[in-house]
Design a protein around this ligand. Structure first.
Ligand code: SF4
Length: 373
């Protein structure tokens, strides 16, 4: 796993908005999901591909989280990096590309550092390309403090060697939305660093002001214990005068339902964790959860059934094809797209409610189609 600073670039959106969070979560354990481990493996693979290090690539392929399609996915990022670098070399023969560079952020953040996945510099432009392997949350590069901090760190590292007036922050979210970029003038970026980052980082480093809840709470390790978050979310639930919720009331509840749901699951997960450590949660006890029976000796059971004259076709499940995701992992995304042409279709999705800001177009309901007003 990559090391994390107290005020990490990846957590900047959180601690810039809630300066108290840095110290509040400081001593809380990191829980690394298998997704995070998969991301670390993807980064190592990307680095080895960009450095043409076949020995490391072979070694990484033996990792239990590796799957064939991973190379394809990572290559969407590495090919983009190489394409951008080659384009830059045409414009500027002195262009450079740096991989997995440790960036010193101490000018802006006490003890701050970060890692630039890929940095390309040439022709007055500095481009930071960040590989994101997650497929849960879309990450936009627009005014994204994580990438802006990486860019500031890269300017500190290389700014004195090259004439740079523009930075491009690119996120390669290879398993979700592809590649997106956001440009900024160096002057504006440095102004943000001095006027926003330095004072907020100083405040956060020394304990911060009152916790300030918001969408960033989901990325805070203190989230299940935070009173301010709890008070804030509860204050969002209005007291209603009428017996029946109006459409407006329903819309307001929908607006906060995801935050409330994740807050409740955080509270439940934390309570279980505490109970497992021996803490007594008033009114609750640990019990054995429901479990399903499972076959401990498959061969023994099959033989016993055959001896009773049951037929194989009665005992065995019919052969079934693997899921598309698993087949894609097996064959590789690009190749699977080629060979599955005509065999795989995408049926219309079930209607689902989404906020108006959602990128998907609204679907017409029968009522809408006949609405002539
Ligand atoms: S849960 Fe939210 S409000 Fe509480 S400390 Fe963390 S970021 Fe701040």
């Amino acid at each position: 796993m990559r090391a994390h600073a107290l005020l990490s670039a990846s957590g900047a959106h959180r601690w810039l908005n809630c300066t108290a969070s840095a110290r509040l979560e400081e001593n809380m354990e990191d829980t690394y999901s298998s997704y995070a481990k998969e991301g670390t493996l993807a980064h190592a693979l990307a680095e080895a591909i960009l450095e043409n290090d076949t020995l490391t690539i072979q070694k990484l392929k033996t990792n239990e989280l590796f799957y064939t399609g991973m190379v394809d996915e990572v290559e969407d990022y590495t090919s983009y990096c190489l394409e951008r670098f080659n384009e830059m070399l045409v414009r500027d023969p002195n262009a450079i590309m740096e991989i997995e560079t440790r960036l010193n952020l101490t000018k802006y953040i006490p003890n701050g550092f970060g890692t630039g996945d890929c940095i390309i510099i040439g022709d007055g432009l500095l481009e930071i390309i960040d590989l994101k392997f997650g497929k849960g949350v879309e990450v936009s590069p627009e005014n994204n403090p994580q990438f802006m901090l990486y860019a500031l760190g890269a300017l500190e590292e290389f700014g004195f060697l090259y004439d740079i007036d523009k930075v491009r922050m690119t996120v390669a979210q290879v398993r979700l939305q592809g590649i997106q970029s956001f440009d900024m003038k160096v002057k504006d970026l440095k102004e943000w660093g001095e006027k926003v980052v330095i004072p907020k980082a100083k405040e956060a480093y020394s304990g911060g002001s009152d916790p300030c809840p918001g969408s960033w709470c989901g990325f805070c390790k203190f989230k299940a214990k935070c009173k301010k978050r709890s008070e804030f979310l509860q204050s969002q639930i209005k007291k209603y005068k009428d017996y029946e919720l109006s459409l407006e009331d329903i819309s307001n509840i929908l607006n906060i339902s995801k935050d409330i749901q994740s807050w409740l699951s955080d509270i439940e997960a934390n309570a279980l964790d505490e109970a497992l450590r021996g803490t007594n949660i008033p009114g609750y006890k640990l019990v054995e959860g429901r479990s399903n029976r499972k076959i401990a000796d498959e061969e023994g059971l099959i033989n016993a059934l055959l001896l009773e004259d049951y037929k194989e076709e009665q005992i065995y499940k019919p052969k079934a094809i693997e899921t598309i995701t698993n087949l894609e992992k097996l064959v590789g995304k690009k190749h699977f797209t080629e060979i599955s042409k005509g065999f795989v279709v995408k049926p219309e999705g079930k209607p689902t409610l989404a906020p108006e800001s959602d990128k998907r177009p609204a679907i017409n309901t029968i009522e809408n189609e006949f609405d002539f007003n």
